[in-house]
Design a protein around this ligand. Sequence first.
Ligand SMILES: C[S@@+](CC[C@H](N)C(=O)[O-])C[C@H]1O[C@@H](n2cnc3c(N)ncnc32)[C@H](O)[C@@H]1O
Length: 365
Amino acid sequence: MESKTVFKLFAVSQPGIEEITLSELEDLGIEGKVVPGGVEFKGGLKELYLSNLWLRTANRVIVRVASFKVKSFSELVKRVSRYPWDIYFPFSQKVKIRVTCKKSKLYHSKAVAERVLKGIHHRLKHQLEEAKFEDEGTSIIVRIENDFCTISINSSGASLHKRGYRVVETEAPLRETLASAMILASGWDKRTPLVDPFCGSGTIPIEAALIGANIPPGLNREFAFMKWKNFDESLWNQILEDARKEIRDFPEIYGFDISEHAVKAAIKNAEAAGVKVSFKVASFPTDNMPPLVYVITNPPYGKRIKVDAEKIYKKFGDWLKKTFSGYKVGFLAPSDRLALATGIKCKKIISFSNGGIRVNLYCNR
Ligand SMILES: C[S@@+](CC[C@H](N)C(=O)[O-])C[C@H]1O[C@@H](n2cnc3c(N)ncnc32)[C@H](O)[C@@H]1O
């Protein structure tokens, strides 16, 4: 397969943020279609590399390799063996096979995984070994629904939320992909000073710094496609070089938290990310604040962290009104009741699950 091949690609994103992933793809000049759980698009190696490097809100980019009707195991092995698996598995390695079966004759996922591997082995000259845990390398996703089987290959490897900068964890951190989704959905202009008064381990300020300076989230990580037979290293290097040329200065970004431990973690994480953010141990500071700001934040809402959430949301709203002459705000809350407690006139922009809790992003834009 050479670079002219057109792949059927799918950017997997968390339900609720698919539209943001689509607009990220559009910014890369790629057209796509939103479906539940992600965005379908087509492209060659260039689009595959660009999407993996740049998507801030997707968890992985998968390639749809095979799709066919199937009702028996022998048919499954035969159909699977027709595809050019050597492209994705040019050498012996461990692979994780994830299978889901719905409303189909073949419903035993372990047996399906075994037959898929058998079909792949018919085609390869070497063996693959099934991994017990999600592999950091190339993994295979099999879905059989209404007797229709699709087999996809994960081109990203480790989930794209793993940017490589989270060196210290704190309580209830936000996923990097969700922090980016909040920032992008809030409509931040990437230049106005941005403040997170509940910064925890610094995820929102760090993601904002990457966005503001136009640094690709995947600049410093490895991807599964780098081990494929069709890996075009010169194309990849060109894409990286183009990206580096477009990096801008960091906008002013502030992160505050009442916890010293959290702020220490945020500083270490920002250092690892190579971004410039001003972090300080503080609760609702009023001194030396820029007058016009974007405030994007994930307050403690009392489910994962035990606090009097209503009181904190009210304090937060009062601080915004008192401290800034003009502010745009985007904050997370699990209910309209808590959002109302801020006293800020805002509307719900997106909803998603954060650590198993349904939350909404409220903005005053
Ligand atoms: C949900 S966590 C934020 C997580 C963060 N987005 C991350 O990715 O790590 C809420 C944070 O609010 C902080 N916090 C709680 N009460 C506070 C207060 N009164 N002033 C400032 N920070 C507070 C907690 O220490 C905690 O780190």
